[in-house]
Write a protein that binds this ligand. Sequence first.
Ligand SMILES: Cc1cc2nc3c(=O)[nH]c(=O)nc-3n(C[C@H](O)[C@H](O)[C@H](O)COP(=O)(O)OP(=O)(O)OC[C@H]3O[C@@H](n4cnc5c(N)ncnc54)[C@H](O)[C@@H]3O)c2cc1C
Length: 337
Amino acid sequence: MEIKRNHDLKALNTFGISAQAKFFAEVENEADLAVLFSLPEFKNSNKVFLGGGSNVLFTKDFDGIVVLNKLKGVKVIEENSESVSIRSLSGVIWQDLVDFAVERDLWGIENLALIPGTVGAAPMQNIGAYGAELKNVLINVEAYSILKGVKEIFESTDCELGYRDSIFKNRLKDQYFISAITIRLSKKEKKNLSYKVLSEYLEKNKIAVRTPKDISDAVANIRRSKLPDPNIIPNAGSFFKNVFLDESQIQEFLLKYPPAPHFEEEGRIKVPAGWLIQEAGWKGKRIGNVGVHDKQALVLVNYGDATGEEVKNLAEQITASVLSKFGLKLVPEVNLI
Ligand SMILES: Cc1cc2nc3c(=O)[nH]c(=O)nc-3n(C[C@H](O)[C@H](O)[C@H](O)COP(=O)(O)OP(=O)(O)OC[C@H]3O[C@@H](n4cnc5c(N)ncnc54)[C@H](O)[C@@H]3O)c2cc1C
C-alpha cells in the first residue's frame, strides 16, 4: 500500500478547500485495511476516514493520516416474498445504492436520492431527506475497531441513530472504520409522501407514484432546483442542523416571533435553521471568498480559494448573531476537522 506524504485534499472535499494531509492512503478492500492498521504511519497518527468529502470542512492542514475509502460492492444477501436485504460495502457511492434499489423496484431509500457521498458515511449522521432517514431501513453496520483491529457488527438499534447523529459521530467518534452496511427494502409498495414539498411537487406535475423511481426522480428534480451544485459553487450542503424545541419552548418562541415556520417531527418541533440565518440577515451575504448562498441560507459556499479557517469564521459569526437575535444555538452538521 502506498502512503503518500503532504497530499492536497482540495479535490477530495466538496467545499473545495485546499489542505495538506501529512499522510494519505487509499483502501480498496478489507485486506488493505489489515495492512493499513499495521503501519506506523497509521498507528502513530491522528486519523480521518474520507468518503466523498461532502460533509467535512478541513479547517487547517491535517497533521495525521487521511484514508480514502474505495471499498466497492453491493449484494442481495436475503430475499423473501416481502423484502430484500442488501449488503453494501462502505465506499460505494450512495446514489449507486439508490439506483440499485429503484432499478429493482425496491422501496425504502428512494426519498434519499441524490444525497452526495458514500454508503459508509450514511450511518455517521443517519442521512435524511424528504421525510425519510437511513434508520428506517438500516439493519446493521459493520465497522473495524481501530484500537483492536477487528470487525464488529452494530445492530441498527445499537447505533444511537438520531437527527443527523449516531454513536459514530459522538461516543465512538474516530474509533471505528465503517466497512459495510446492510439495509432491508420492501418489495411491496411503501411510498412515503409525508414531506409536503415532495407531495406538492408530485401533485403539481400530475405524477402518479407507481414505482420507487417515480419518487427518486421527483426528489432528484427538486434537489437540483433547490441546492447549489458543489461542482459549480463548492459547498457541503446544510452547514448547520435544524433547531428542535419542546412544546413550552416553541410557545414562548412563537410569542416573540409569530411568523417563524415550525414543523412537528417525532414529538418535537423543528425550527428551520435556514430561516433563523435568513432572519439574522445572512442570506446571500458574502465576506471575501466565502458566503451564505442566496437561495438557501443553510448552505455556506466557497466562492474561490477560500481557506477552511474563513468558512469556520463565517460559521462562527452566523452562530453568534443567531444566538444574540433568537437565543438559539446553531450546531454544525458538517464535521470540522
Ligand atoms: C449538496 C449537498 C447536499 C446534501 N444533502 C444532504 C441531505 O439531504 N441529507 C443528509 O443527511 N446529508 C446531506 N448532505 C451531506 C452529505 O452528503 C452526507 O452527510 C453524506 O453521507 C456524506 O458522505 P461522504 O462520503 O461525502 O462523507 P465524508 O464527508 O467523506 O465524511 C463525513 C464524516 O464521516 C466520516 N466517515 C466517512 N466515511 C467513513 C467510514 N467509512 N468510517 C468511519 N467514518 C467515516 C468522516 O471522517 C467524516 O467525519 C449533503 C451534502 C451536499 C454537498
